[in-house]
Ligand binder design. Structure first.
Ligand SMILES: NC(=O)c1ccc[n+]([C@@H]2O[C@H](COP(=O)([O-])OP(=O)(O)OC[C@H]3O[C@@H](n4cnc5c(N)ncnc54)[C@H](O)[C@@H]3O)[C@@H](O)[C@H]2O)c1
Length: 346
C-alpha cells in the first residue's frame, strides 16, 4: 500500500528546449516521475533530453497525442513556447492526464479560459509554473504582511528595471516586457497582497535607445480588490541602477511600510506604539522563518503539483487561480491599446 502511495508517475515532456533541463533536474522530478516520453518539433532536442533524463525505452516523437497514447503517460510537463501551451494542454487533458505547464498559461485569454474549463471538466489538475512565489524572501514579506505588522495594506508598488540583451523573439515581438516578464511581477503582487486586480490603466512605450522593436517599458496602475492600489513601473531596456529580477517593492499599510529589494534586504518602519506622531516611527525586525520545502523555485512548485496529484488537492498555482495573473497582463495590453482604464475579468 505504502509502495503504491509513493509510486512514480509516467510522464511525458513536450518542449525540450532550455527550460526543460531545469524541470527534469529538480529533486521533485527525480523522486516522483518516470520519464516515458519526449516530444519536440525538433527531433534532436527530444532525443537529447531522452538521453539525459529518459527511462530505457522512452518514446520520442513530434506528435504529442501519439507519444501519450503509446507511452501510457499520466502526467504532461509542458515546457513548450507560449503559443503551443493551449494545444498541448488541451490534448493532454482530453486524454485524461494531469498537466503542469510553464508560464504564461496561454498566449490569449480566450484560449486560457478554454484550458481552465477543460481542466475543470476533466477533473484533472492543470497547474502553471510561477516559480517566483517559491522563493525565501517573497515568503518572508508575505508572512510579515499577514502578521499585520504594517496594519491593513492599501498601496503596493513594484519597480522592475533591467537591461538584458536576449536577442531572438523578445527583440521582435510586441509588448515583450508585459507579455514575457510582467506575468511574474503581477503574479507576485497578487501573492503578496492576497488581492486580485479589478481594473488597470497602462501605458507602454519604447524609449529612445531601446534595442527592442516595441514596448520595452510600461507603467500601470491596477485597482485591486480589498481597497488596494498596485503601481507597476518596469523597463527591459534600463541602463544602470538596475533592480533585481524580483523587482524592488514598497508596501504601505495603515501602521507602517515595508521596503524590499527583491532579495534579502528588507526594511520595515511602523508607528511607535506609544505615539502615532509621524516623527515617532520605529524600525521592526521582520522574522525570517520560512517553510524550507517551499523555497526552491521550480523544484518546490513541481513538488506541490505532484503532492496535489497524489492527494487529490489543488496546488497554489492551479489554473483557476493562475488565470487571474494572466488577466492582469491581458488587461494592461488592452488598456495601452485603448488609452483608457480597462476592467479585468478572468
Ligand atoms: N519560469 C521561468 O522563470 C521561465 C524562464 C524561461 C522560460 N520560461 C518559459 O518556458 C517556456 C519554454 O521556454 P524556453 O526558454 O525553454 O524556450 P526554448 O525555445 O528554449 O524551448 C522551447 C521548445 O519547445 C519546442 N516547441 C515549440 N512549439 C512546440 C510544439 N507545438 N510542440 C512541441 N514542441 C514545441 C521548441 O522546438 C523548443 O525546443 C516558455 O513558456 C517560457 O516563457 C519560464
Amino acid at each position: 500500500m505504502a509502495k503504491h502511495k509513493n509510486r512514480k508517475f509516467k510522464t511525458v515532456l513536450v518542449g525540450c528546449g532550455s527550460m526543460s533541463s531545469a524541470w527534469l533536474s529538480s529533486k521533485a522530478a527525480k523522486n516522483n516521475i518516470d520519464m516515458v516520453g519526449f516530444v519536440d518539433l525538433i527531433p534532436a532536442a527530444a532525443e537529447k533530453r531522452a538521453e539525459e533524463f529518459g527511462d530505457a525505452g522512452a518514446i520520442i516523437g513530434t506528435n504529442l497525442k501519439n507519444v501519450i497514447v503509446e507511452s501510457g503517460a499520466e502526467i504532461l510537463f509542458d515546457v513548450s513556447i507560449p503559443e503551443a501551451h493551449y494545444q498541448n494542454t488541451m490534448t493532454a487533458l482530453s486524454l485524461g492526464l494531469h498537466v503542469m505547464g510553464e508560464k504564461p498559461m496561454a498566449d490569449t485569454m480566450p484560449r486560457a479560459r478554454k484550458m481552465v474549463a477543460a481542466a475543470k471538466k476533466s477533473n484533472r489538475i492543470y497547474a502553471v509554473i510561477q516559480n517566483r512565489r517559491y522563493l525565501k524572501d517573497i515568503q518572508i514579506v508575505k508572512s510579515a504582511i499577514q502578521s499585520g505588522v504594517i496594519g491593513s495594506i492599501h498601496t503596493i508598488q513594484s519597480d522592475f528595471f533591467l537591461g538584458p540583451h536576449f536577442g531572438g523573439f523578445r527583440d521582435a515581438m510586441d509588448h515583450p516586457l508585459l507579455l514575457d516578464m510582467a506575468i511574474h511581477t503581477f503574479d507576485a503582487a497578487r501573492y503578496i497582497t492576497g488581492a486580485d486586480a479589478q481594473s488597470v490603466f497602462c501605458k507602454a512605450f519604447n524609449p529612445e535607445g531601446s534595442w527592442y522593436a516595441h514596448g520595452a517599458s510600461a507603467n500601470a496602475i491596477f485597482e485591486m480588490n480589498k481597497g488596494i492600489s498596485y503601481i507597476y513601473n518596469g523597463s527591459w531596456c534600463a541602463i544602470g541602477q538596475n533592480t533585481s529580477w524580483e523587482s524592488t517593492w514598497r508596501v504601505m499599510g495603515t501602521k507602517g511600510a515595508i521596503l524590499w529589494d527583491g532579495g534579502d534586504v528588507l526594511n520595515c518602519e511602523v508607528y511607535s506604539s506609544k505615539n502615532k506622531s509621524p516623527s515617532k516611527l520605529k524600525s521592526i525586525k521582520i522574522p525570517k522563518k520560512v517553510n524550507r520545502s517551499k523555497i526552491l523555485g521550480h523544484d518546490s512548485n513541481i513538488q506541490e503539483f505532484i503532492d496535489a496529484v497524489r492527494k487529490k488537492t489543488k496546488p497554489m498555482t492551479y489554473c483557476v487561480d493562475n488565470i487571474k495573473s494572466l488577466a492582469m497582463v491581458d488587461g494592461a495590453i488592452k488598456s495601452d491599446k485603448a488609452g483608457r482604464m480597462i476592467p479585468i475579468t478572468d
